[in-house]
Write a protein that binds this ligand. Structure first.
Ligand code: UGA
Length: 450
């Protein structure tokens, strides 16, 4: 099939490359000149496992074309996919400027074009009702027999987006038309298995289902993060508690890993957007509001534990941060808890040394000389007063703890991702704090042996 994807960002590019990899012929439109040039030279502007190799492969096979703008040729497509950014506006709502501009552009071009019929679908996360608004614009332009609107939300995780594309838990198609649903069945034919249902629902249900899924996952994280704080007080173990909860099939084991708070370009944005959607309908979503405020609080709680380990203050202390990306396997630092930590430490007068396997450039672009980057954990730990493990990259899972301790000024280790145990940290001579497992100080005589 022929597909045109508008937007060569995260969702658009991954979808374009993966649809082309399935054998479809794809045009991906990116109107940002810098990104367009990069993509044309087969370079991915961000880090995502497997994407670079697949981009080269599908471009070389002439199944993916990168274009700077929408033209009437794009009406040869069976499906036009809207995958432009929908960032959070100041009010917490999704900003749909890019999306509606793209729709206006399509309508303007359609008026002079000769084509029979095309499906126009959203893939970006959009507020409930957006599909109807697009429909109204198309009706007003008297194009509703030629442009058929649908919603096909994506569920790709950064860091495993290519894998997720080919192994979806479900494919959701929101449309009023069974013919349009049949088009999507063809589009995903190479992928679709009985165990991975492709579901036909209304536009509204499709749009809501995306916010519902992201917000529910965010709520699970906020729940376990609050329990981690409680565990610190009770002397219970959050890792074991989460594991025991997850063994109950009704709860499920995923998204129960305590953390310094969820980040990224999706959960913070989508939880706020769902809250706004509720407000517009006069429905106060209490659980959603609580999940948001628990997440806002989480980093403050984590910072207070760091200060406790450092006897009350971080002023003039050197703190080493392991991981600035919002999760492993990405260079994305948007809404990362590490940024909130860096901001708080800088305003309290700490010196910051950090390392990250992929996000050093993005972090330096934001902070410049205010922070000091290192390519290895051991160099980043030199003369430091505390190590803070913020992102659970594999590179941080098997650290040589005694070697780290030897280069530090003070042996303090804070683990906000529960990679290490107090036992292993303390046998390496570290005073430690582990989220949801409390503080542990090495007795003076043991410390002096290391
Ligand atoms: C999320 C969803 O998981 C995807 O299904 C969705 O398609 C995507 O948003 C989107 O809307 O585009 P993503 O933001 O890439 O994907 O990453 P996640 O793996 O969901 O992690 C989000 C945040 O939650 C990260 O900061 C992560 O560290 C945190 N997290 C995750 C926890 O703190 N604990 C957990 O147990 C899991």
């Amino acid at each position: 099939m022929n597909i045109t994807i508008i937007g060569g960002g995260y969702v658009g590019l991954v979808s374009a490359v993966c649809f082309a990899d399935m054998g479809h012929f794809v045009t991906c439109i990116e109107n940002n000149p810098k990104k367009h040039t990069l993509l044309q030279s087969k370079e991915v502007p961000f880090f995502e496992p497997e994407l670079s190799e697949k981009l080269s492969h599908v471009c070389n096979a002439d199944r993916l074309t990168i274009a700077p703008g929408f033209t009437d040729n794009d009406f040869n497509a069976d499906v036009i996919i809207l995958a432009v950014g929908t960032p959070m506006s100041d009010s917490g709502e999704a900003d749909l400027t890019y999306l509606f501009n793209a729709v206006k552009d399509i309508i303007a071009t359609a008026k002079g074009a000769d084509f029979e019929r095309v499906v126009l679908t959203t893939k970006s996360t959009v507020p409930v009702g957006t599909g109807r608004k697009i429909n109204a614009m198309i009706q007003e332009a008297q194009l509703s027999d030629k442009i058929l609107v649908a919603s096909n939300p994506e569920f790709l995780r950064e860091g495993s987006a290519v894998y997720d594309f080919f192994h979806p838990d479900r494919i959701i198609i929101g449309t009023d038309s069974t013919t349009v649903f049949e088009t999507f069945k063809q589009l995903y034919k190479g992928l679709h298995k009985d165990t991975r249902p492709i579901v036909h629902v209304s536009l509204e249900t499709a749009e809501l289902s995306k916010y519902a899924a992201n917000t529910f996952l965010a709520t699970k994280i906020s729940f376990i993060n609050e329990l981690a704080i409680l565990c610190d007080q009770l002397g219970a173990d959050i890792k074991q508690t989460a594991k025991l909860m997850g063994l109950d099939g009704r709860i499920g084991k995923y998204f129960l890993n305590p953390s310094p708070g969820y980040g990224g370009s999706c959960f913070p944005k989508d939880t706020h957007a769902l809250q706004s959607i509720g407000k517009h309908q006069d429905v106060h979503l209490n659980v959603v509001s609580a999940a948001i405020s628990a997440n806002d609080h989480q980093i403050h709680y984590c910072i207070s534990q760091l200060k406790t380990l450092l006897h009350g203050t971080v002023a003039d202390k050197t703190v080493t941060i392991l991981g600035t990306s919002f999760k492993p396997n990405t260079d994305d630092i948007r809404e990362s808890a590490s940024l909130k930590l860096i901001d708080a430490l800088l305003s309290d007068g700490a010196n910051i040394q950090f390392t990250d396997p992929k996000a050093i450039d993005n972090t330096m672009a934001l902070y410049g000389s205010k922070v000091t980057p290192f390519s290895s954990s051991y160099n980043a730990a030199e003369n430091s007063d505390a190590i803070v493990l913020m992102t659970e990259w594999n590179a941080f899972r098997s650290l040589d703890l005694p070697r780290l301790k030897r280069v530090m000024n003070q042996a303090n280790f804070i683990d906000f991702r529960l990679i290490y145990s107090h036992d292993e940290l303390s046998s390496a001579g570290f005073n430690s704090y582990i989220l949801g497992k409390g503080h542990h100080r090495v007795p003076q005589n043991v410390s002096s042996l290391n």
